[in-house]
Design a protein. Structure first.
Length: 241
C-alpha cells in the first residue's frame, strides 16, 4: 500500500509539473524546444498537444554551438524562460539519407551564422576519414593565412631560389664549411627534381633550365612546369606552397 501511495503521489506531481513546464515554454514564445537531458513520452505527448515540436536529446557541445549560432541562451530552469533568451533560425528540418535512412536535423538561416557544419559522406569509413583529413588540411591553410598572409610560391621555385642563394654564399666562404653549405644547396634541389620526375619530365634538364631562368630573369617565382602550361612562373599559374 505504501508503494501504491508513493506512485500515486509521483503521478500527481508529474501531472501538475509537466503541463506547467510546457505552458512556460509556450508562453515564452518558443516554437521549438531543444533538450539536453531528454524527457519521457508523456512530456512529448503534452508538447505535441500544444503544437510545440521538440528534440529530445541534444549533446552538450552541440547545444552550445546551436545557442551561439542562433543567439539563444541555454536555460537550466523553466522559470527562467523569457522571450529575450530565445534563439532564431529560418528553417529547422529533419533529413533522411543513405540506404539506412539515417536521420539528421538541419538548423539553417541562423541569426549568428558564424558556426558552420561540414557534412562528409562516402562509400565507406576509409573514404570519409580521408575526406575529413583533406578538409582539415584545407582549413588549417586558411587559418594560417588569416594569422599570417605571407606566402611562397610552389613548383619548387622557393627551394631553387634558396639553393641558388646558399650556393652563392658558399662561393664566398674559403673554409671547409663551404662543402656543408653546398651539400645543403644540393639537398634543396631534391624537391624540384622529385616534382620533375613525378611529372614525367627529365629531372636534371628541368632543374638546370629553371635555375638558369631564375638567374637570367632574376625571378624567384620560376619553378617546375608540372602541368605543362607553357610557363614556369608559379605566380601566373597560381601555385602556392
Amino acid at each position: 500500500p505504501g508503494h501504491v501511495e508513493k506512485y500515486k503521489k509521483l503521478y500527481e506531481t508529474e501531472q501538475s509539473v509537466f503541463p506547467e513546464q510546457v505552458r512556460l515554454c509556450k508562453e515564452s514564445g518558443a516554437n521549438l524546444v531543444l533538450c539536453q537531458w531528454g524527457f519521457d513520452d508523456e512530456a512529448n505527448s503534452l508538447l505535441l498537444q500544444q503544437q510545440l515540436p521538440a528534440v529530445r536529446w541534444v549533446g552538450g557541445v552541440e547545444l552550445e554551438l546551436i545557442a551561439i549560432a542562433t543567439n539563444g541562451r541555454i536555460v537550466p530552469r523553466f522559470s527562467e524562460l523569457s522571450a529575450d533568451k530565445l534563439g532564431s533560425a529560418q528553417f529547422v528540418r529533419e533529413v533522411s539519407f543513405g540506404t539506412t535512412k539515417d536521420r539528421m536535423i538541419f538548423i539553417e538561416g541562423c541569426a549568428n551564422s558564424r558556426a558552420v557544419t561540414i557534412f562528409v559522406r562516402g562509400g565507406n569509413k576509409m573514404i570519409v576519414e580521408e575526406g575529413k583529413r583533406s578538409i582539415h588540411d584545407a582549413l588549417c591553410v586558411v587559418r594560417n593565412l588569416v594569422r599570417d598572409n605571407r606566402i611562397v610560391y610552389g613548383g619548387g621555385s622557393a627551394e631553387i631560389a634558396c639553393s641558388l642563394a646558399v650556393s652563392d654564399a658558399a662561393d664566398r666562404v674559403s673554409t671547409v664549411e663551404q662543402y656543408a653549405m653546398r651539400a645543403f644547396a644540393d639537398a634543396l634541389d631534391a624537391v624540384p627534381v622529385a616534382l620533375a620526375e613525378n611529372s614525367g619530365l627529365a629531372p636534371i634538364d628541368a632543374l638546370t633550365e629553371t635555375k638558369a631562368a631564375q638567374i637570367r630573369e632574376k625571378n624567384p617565382y620560376l619553378g617546375i612546369d608540372c602541368m605543362s602550361r607553357g610557363t614556369n612562373n608559379m605566380k601566373e599559374q597560381k601555385v602556392f606552397e
